[in-house]
Design a protein around this ligand. Sequence first.
Ligand code: MG
Length: 266
Amino acid sequence: MGIIIKSEREIAIMRQAGKILAAVLEELKASVKPGMKTKELDEIAAREIARRGATPSFKGYRGFPASLCTSLNDQIVHGIPGETVMKEGDILSIDLGVIYEGFQADAAVTVGVGDVGQSAQGLMEATEGALRVGIVAAKAGGRLGDISAAIQKHAEAKGYSVVQEYTGHGIGRQMHEDPQIANFGKPGTGPRLKKGMTFALEPMLNKGDWHTRVGDDAWTVYTADGRLSAHFEHTIAITDDKAEVLTAISSSVDGKIGKEQREVYA
Ligand code: MG
């Protein structure tokens, strides 16, 4: 199929989808607290997406039963919201996709539930940092492998491993388009990056080993060793000389990403 180049008009629609998604993610982040069930977040997501005239991408995707993925602690991605009660010190990945006027946006954040320890905080910051360096590496004229390599280098420099079986992806009319974007790789390899390409970059970093396992629900992905994992994702568009973050949100774990992205990329 190849990498689909989007027109300015198509990217303008994706920008709107991204803004809606970012606003809903902000609401979800602000809602997370100890004692809450993950399904309550799903209810907020469904309501807030609908209120903004969009549709949740994940609901019904290959039978996925919810509007968002909630992945706690050693869950990496694809956790199903339900009766699980979040407790102080947990970390929660919230992954959300929306469709607006036929185009998709996809983003994820990991947040602490109440106060989290230094160790979990460090993992979250490194994962968000890995996303940030991946975005910086996404430049017209560069190669796809530049993004993968930047993410891997940052993660490993901070002492974490990158999940290998799950990747970022092209995005547009479909949630998953070509190419797959691994969170590890070599600079200067892979397809040439061009203006109009739109990607969802999504590093998943583990405190321990990179191996994963899928749970009994056939969706939830866990770290094989039971240690913590974090996940951050943005939808971006390659412009003439840089990446524009279409799902930019105003707050971050370490207070940097929203501000920097607005200043540098928005
Ligand atoms: Mg994604």
